[in-house]
Design a protein around this ligand. Structure first.
Ligand code: ADP
Length: 415
């Protein structure tokens, strides 16, 4: 039985799907995580590492591998892909260069790398928070997008049209940056020109530098800001075959620029009015969260199974599903305390709806973008065409009523 080491933060929602995939493929797995107090036995009984000391974590992984060798090492999240790459390299296993795995985490480094390789990325610059901000805002070409150097899920990503809105956005982003733990990630805010156009998401897998497309998703709702909430992902893409090829080639060019050769690739691109594809993100990981389920609806195989099969060179056929499939990441309608969600049964009963998952509990505080980061849940649809899948999702969403109560915060002077 092949043995695989999975490195993951202990709270990662990706662990469970990987455990299931490994079981189905007959792979023995060990989880390396910081979860010595975890109630999940596979984490509790796994290897306990401290992510804040990567050198020590690497040594512990290598010494565990001496006792019982692994055939592959996988990192599940932005946090762990570089450590996994270093461990796999030291063990002589299939790996990406550790620096390549890490680069997508930092938007400034990633953009600089792609620009010098001639890949189309928006014009960009850093706004140094230690220098005069108004002077730097005067130099920007508007409209542009301001964003943290290293965050995800569109948190703190704000479109601005002039210096006044830019100044307000900078204040908002600086508040969000207070929680950043890596000091140099809070030293600057990234600014780049706003690319007008449609947006798509690309999922693929690299094997020895060769890229296979798993799915291409249209995002049918216009994303013009000021905040950029993800909502609908619909497959198959309605882009022309020629544009789909251009998207794939652009993603491959970006992978080559980073030096990536193996494993899952998640990318977001914009296509402008001249049909030019611009890279917004190319990352050495799978699509976030529950959306991975959508890849299974499109390929007939769980995404995690495809990733493990590639790593361990197990042949696994992809059965391309030509009909329509889609997901709606249920948006947070307003800030407040979630009281209840009405209409769930009616939404599930809409023709084409596969599944509806609510991931937030009653009583939780809902925080919309740009400060917040999560969705209320996910609705999946399968239908005869992309249009029908999108229609089913819109219908199901219309059936939901999200009841919230306002949050009353007592100021210390009053309490
Ligand atoms: P994150 O990594 O937090 O998801 P991104 O940089 O991918 O942040 O931006 C999130 C979303 O904001 C994108 O999916 C896109 O809709 C929008 N966006 C970001 N940068 C640009 C840009 N330069 N032009 C147009 N839209 C952008």
């Amino acid at each position: 039985m092949p043995r695989l080491l999975i490195i993951a933060p202990h709270h990662s929602y990706r662990i469970a799907p990987y455990i299931n995939a490994a079981k189905q493929l007959g792979i023995d797995i060990t989880i390396a995580s910081a979860g010595e107090h975890s109630i999940i036995s596979v984490i509790n009984k796994g290897l306990h590492i401290d992510f804040s000391d990567q050198q020590q974590a690497l040594l512990e992984i290598l010494s565990a591998a001496e006792e019982t060798p692994f055939q592959a090492v996988l990192g599940t999240d932005d946090m762990s892909v570089a450590l996994a790459a270093s461990a796999a390299k030291a063990l002589g296993l299939m790996h990406n260069p550790p620096a390549a795995a890490l680069i997508a985490r930092r938007k400034d480094h990633a953009r600089a790398c792609l620009l010098s390789a001639g890949v189309a990325v928006p014009a960009h610059q850093r706004i140094e928070l230690g220098s005069s901000i108004p002077a730097q805002l005067e130099e920007l070409n508007y409209p542009c997008v301001l964003k943290p150097l290293a965050m995800s899920g569109s948190r703190g990503v704000i479109r601005v049209d002039d210096t006044d809105s830019a100044q307000l956005a900078i204040y908002k982003i600086m508040t969000i940056l207070r929680e950043v733990e890596v000091a140099d990630e809070a030293e600057a805010i990234f600014a780049e020109s706003f690319i007008e156009g449609i947006e798509i998401a690309y999922e693929g897998i690299l094997a020895n530098g060769e890229l296979t497309t798993l799915a291409l998703f249209d995002k049918p709702d216009p994303l013009n800001g000021p905040y950029f909430e993800e909502t609908y992902y619909i497959s198959p893409s309605r882009l022309s075959e020629k544009l789909q090829q251009q998207v794939k080639q652009t993603v491959l060019d970006a992978c080559q620029a980073y030096g990536l050769r193996q494993g899952p690739i998640h990318a977001e691109l914009r296509i402008d009015a001249n049909e030019k594809a611009w890279v917004l993100e190319v990352a050495a990981r799978t699509i976030g969260g529950e959306c991975a389920r959508l890849v299974e609806l499109v390929t007939g195989q769980a995404l995690e199974k495809l990733v493990l099969a590639q790593l361990l060179e197990i042949p696994l056929p992809i059965i391309k599903f030509q009909a329509g499939a889609g997901v709606l990441m249920i948006p947070i309608p307003r800030a407040g305390i979630l009281r209840r969600i009405e209409g769930i049964s009616d939404a599930k009963a809409v023709s084409g709806i596969e599944e509806l998952v609510i991931s937030v509990r009653d009583g939780h505080e809902l925080v919309p973008l740009p400060e917040g980061s999560s969705y209320l849940g996910f609705i999946y649809a399968v239908a005869d065409s992309a249009e029908d899948a999108e229609f089913a999702l819109r219908e199901a969403h219309r059936k939901l009523t999200i009841v919230t109560a306002p949050v009353f915060k007592l100021s210390p002077a009053l309490s």
